[in-house]
Ligand binder design. Structure first.
Ligand SMILES: *Cc1c(COP(=O)(O)O)cnc(C)c1O
Length: 377
């Protein structure tokens, strides 16, 4: 039996044509025609003031830290159950990460414990829409507003997901998207910074262009460009933007296909999960998922290990996900200890991600589900 991998990148077929076009236009550095088309696509779809393509979501988060003027000693509140970049982007500026626990149902930052984590040094709150299911943004924004702290959404998972009918990534002052190979829409390595609060527009362009006002120069707004501020090189090549634009144009198909995979698992595993004390992703009524991933939470770490082995024997690759950041070697340097985020600690060692990519056909999905339901934890 052929191996069903955990992930396989998807191409829509029009990528090569667009890449050739980018090359023929002789503009293969950043901010060429395809970059503009990608930005325009995101701005129109999400109805945001500015969408700047970046070299990664990590870099969009680093830009956020620069935009918010994060200084040594500042604190940034973020979930412990996330990818390292959510923390590192701010730690690079000298910030101390303050780790929030997650809700046991959605596995998102628990908004109920948020206020308690804020201090006069808090400079940002960074929610992550885990698995592309929205955080409780009403409550998070209310707490943030009361404290006068900006929200930066790490929306690496949630592109096209919605919260109360509004796209994820449009709630924070800033938000970061990922177009890494493992994400729903991809160009291999890439990302975007959504600038939702217009007060950050001017500096965002400068920071992205090595600290210069080159973007203004290209638009003819200044007659020369020079060093204005801190900055780095966060522009992807137009070749990557060409690849990404092909995927954007296939938005409906990509979204529908991911939904198909998600719903296959969700409908076929419900009974088995109910009988065996396994939890499946929970989608609050007011949320629409981005269909980024599908996971199971097993009753114990041992049963997760046993299920991974059981699936591996059937040539099916199930994997685990984030290790709690507060218990990582780096997290411990910031005071992380066992018991700080009990829900995160409990879930992290019991969660199993199932293979999830568009080219999974009915027979692959059937094989995976059969393999799972013949296992009892
Ligand atoms: C993938 C991911 C990132 C990093 O994305 P890159 O584009 O690879 O930099 C950041 N945060 C979360 C939650 C992610 O899943």
């Amino acid at each position: 039996m052929p191996l069903i991998p955990f992930n396989r990148p998807h191409t829509v077929g029009t990528e090569f044509g667009y890449i050739s076009e980018a090359i023929a236009a002789m503009h293969i550095s950043g901010d060429g025609r395809f970059t503009q088309r990608c930005s325009g696509f995101l701005e129109e779809l999400l109805d945001v003031p500015r969408a700047l393509l970046t070299t990664s979501c990590t870099h969009a988060l680093e830009m956020s830290a620069l935009l918010l003027d994060i200084q040594p000693g500042d604190e940034v509140v973020l979930p412990s159950f996330t990818f390292v970049s959510t923390a590192n982007a701010f730690v690079l500026r000298g910030a101390k990460p303050v780790f929030a626990d997650i809700r046991p149902d959605t596995l998102n930052m628990d908004e109920r414990g948020l206020e308690r984590l804020l201090s006069p040094r808090t400079k940002a709150i960074v929610p992550v829409h885990y698995a592309g299911i929205g955080c409780e943004m009403d409550a998070i924004l209310k707490t943030a507003k009361k404290a006068g702290v900006p929200v930066v959404e790490d929306n690496a998972h949630g592109f096209l997901g919605k919260y109360r009918g509004k796209y994820l990534g449009t709630f924070g002052a800033l938000s970061a998207l990922s177009f890494h190979e493992t994400k729903n829409f991809s160009c291999g390595e890439g990302g975007a910074l959504l600038v939702n609060d217009p007060r950050y527009l001017e500096r965002a362009e400068i920071i992205r262009e090595k600290g210069t006002d080159r973007s203004k120069f290209f638009r003819g707004e200044v007659d020369k460009y020079t060093w204005q501020d801190l900055g780095s090189s966060y522009l992807p090549s137009d070749i990557l933007a060409a690849f990404l634009f092909a995927q954007f144009e296939a938005k409906e198909t990509i979204h529908a296909e991911r939904r198909r995979v998600w719903e296959y698992y969700h409908s076929r595993l419900r009974d088995w999960a109910g009988r065996n004390g396994v939890s499946l992703p929970f989608v609050p009524e007011h949320c629409t998922p981005s269909y980024f991933m599908y996971y199971l939470v097993l009753p114990s770490p041992e049963s997760r290990k046993a299920l991974i082995r059981h699936l591996a024997e059937r040539e099916i690759q199930g994997v685990f996900h984030y290790l709690p950041l507060h218990l990582s070697p780096m997290g411990r340097k910031f005071g992380g200890k066992e018991g700080n985020c009990p829900v995160t600690e409990g879930i992290s060692e019991r969660l199993l991600r199932l293979p999830f990519f568009i080219d999974l056909n009915e027979s692959d999905l059937g094989r995976i589900v059969e393999g799972i339901v013949e296992f009892s934890p």
